[in-house]
Write a protein that binds this ligand. Structure first.
Ligand code: XUL
Ligand code: CO
Length: 443
């Protein structure tokens, strides 16, 4: 295959540069809140969020579902040959991201170009697209937030990738990860993600869970060692998800992954990439997942989207709940920001959203909402008694016997004597409704 010649085709005709016009604007193709250079809480909005476009949903997602074929017929999919199609898609992607002021993107290897069953041919194809992406990045200024390898779509991964009971499948997973790491490094990617789509089991009847998890840990160490040897200085992220496609995934939720990383000595290089809809599937709020990661110093990045409260699968809708996002931004701000990562829109427009502009509306709405939530969260932290109320709740541990307990200077018998001496405690309100109203004052 020869290298690609850039096309001059415009894919989103009639849609120009999307820019900030302010809350009073009624232009649906403008930002009303997202002002990239506006400083809030000591950083520009652009720096806070590092918004990224998910290549797979936005440029490969064709609206198909288990009941029906594609509904999104994209002009960049017209060419018959893999390279031509891949180049058109990349032209469309960089046109879209530039018009949308999206400073970053994320991809799986196979999102860039169709893969074959031949390792060397796939490496060659990926290299061609990486060379092309390098040029596109240089001219647009758009950067790679993270790269990853798709170790779940191909038939060979039906029993897992790094956790496959067949060693030869594991070697193919390694070949893909090696090439995807090379691509990420070549493109100046800031992070590398592992989402274990099929790293789990369908039935324990045929599964040695302990052995599979040890293989996964060994595999992650090998990938990390290789990347470091090649000079990669970014962060690795694990993206937790409880199930779908496997019945039970080993990276179930934030707490499970934190424990796994500690257990296998990976916390020095790995952090978490948390996704909203995955939290929902795990029976948690996204806020819970963020707090678990933040409390462990492992809050790396987020995949922004939302699920549907009436069903139990990964619908990957664009975010649109201001209260939820405000609570999310409170946790992120309190944690001092995301460590190395950003906000990747791992979200797709609906099957029946078939106008070219729909991709724009989806991203504009989400970026605006994050900006609004950031402003609200910053004000809540600085202008309200929010933090004070929470810290005062624990005031009894700040001095006296409570402080001695925290310092480990009391015994169980001491606590017993204090209880007997002081009698029944007074009821102290948790003030949940008060705090919910407080949040609502600022959104
Ligand atoms: C799947 C998912 C993935 C990862 C990257 O639910 O979120 O797209 O983000 O592999
Ligand atoms: Co994701």
């Amino acid at each position: 295959m020869a290298s690609i010649v850039t096309g001059n085709r415009e894919f989103f005709k009639g849609i120009g540069q999307v820019s900030y016009e302010g809350p009073q604007s009624d232009n649906p193709l403008a930002f009303r809140w997202y002002e990239p250079e506006r400083v809030v809480a000591d950083k520009t909005m652009k720096q806070h969020f590092k918004f990224a476009c998910a290549y797979w949903h936005t440029f490969n997602g064709n609206g198909s579902d288990p009941f029906g074929a594609a509904t999104h017929i994209f002009p960049w999919d017209e060419k018959r040959d893999a390279e031509g199609r891949a180049a058109d898609k990349m032209d469309a992607a960089f046109e879209f991201m530039t018009k949308m002021q999206l400073p970053y993107y994320c991809f799986h290897d196979v999102d860039l170009i169709d893969f074959t069953d031949n390792v060397a041919e796939n490496e060659k194809r990926l290299k061609i697209m990486v060379d092309y992406a390098r040029q596109k990045q240089d001219t647009s200024g758009i950067r790679l937030l993270w790269g990853t390898a798709n170790l779940f779509s191909h038939r060979r991964y039906m029993n897992g990738a790094a956790t496959n009971p067949d060693f030869s499948v594991l070697t193919h997973a390694a070949a893909q990860v090696k090439a995807a790491i090379d691509a990420t490094i070549e493109l100046g990617g800031e992070n590398y993600v592992f989402w274990g789509g099929r790293e789990g089991y369908m039935s324990l009847l045929n599964t040695n869970m302990k052995r599979e998890q040890e293989h996964l840990a060994r595999f992650l160490h090998m990938a990390k060692d290789y990347a470091r040897k090649q000079g990669f200085t970014g962060t690795f992220f694990i993206e937790p998800k409880p199930c779908e496609p496997t019945k039970h995934q080993y990276d179930y939720d934030a707490a499970t992954v934190v424990d796994f990383l500690r257990n296998y000595d990976l916390t020095g290089d790995f952090k978490l990439n948390l996704e909203v809809n995955h939290a929902t599937l795990a029976g948690h709020t996204f806020q819970h997942e963020l707090q678990v990661a933040a409390d462990n110093g492992l809050l790396g990045s987020i995949d922004a989207n939302r699920g549907d409260m009436q069903n139990g699968w990964d619908t990957d809708q664009f975010p649109n709940n201001l209260n939820e996002l405000t609570e999310i931004m409170l946790i992120i701000l309190e944690a001092g920001g995301l460590q190395g990562g950003g906000v990747n829109f791992d979200a797709k427009i609906r099957r029946n959203s078939t106008d070219p502009a729909d991709l724009f509306y989806a991203h504009i709405g989400a970026m605006d909402l994050f900006a609004r939530a950031l402003i609200a969260a910053d004000r809540i932290l600085n202008e309200s008694e929010f933090l004070k109320i929470r810290s005062e709740r624990y005031a009894s541990f700040d001095s006296g016997k409570g402080a001695e307990f925290e310092a480990g200077r009391l015994t169980l018998e001491d606590l017993r004597d204090l209880a007997a001496q002081n009698g029944e405690p007074q009821a102290i309100s948790g003030r949940q409704e008060y705090l919910e109203n407080l949040i609502n004052r600022f959104v």
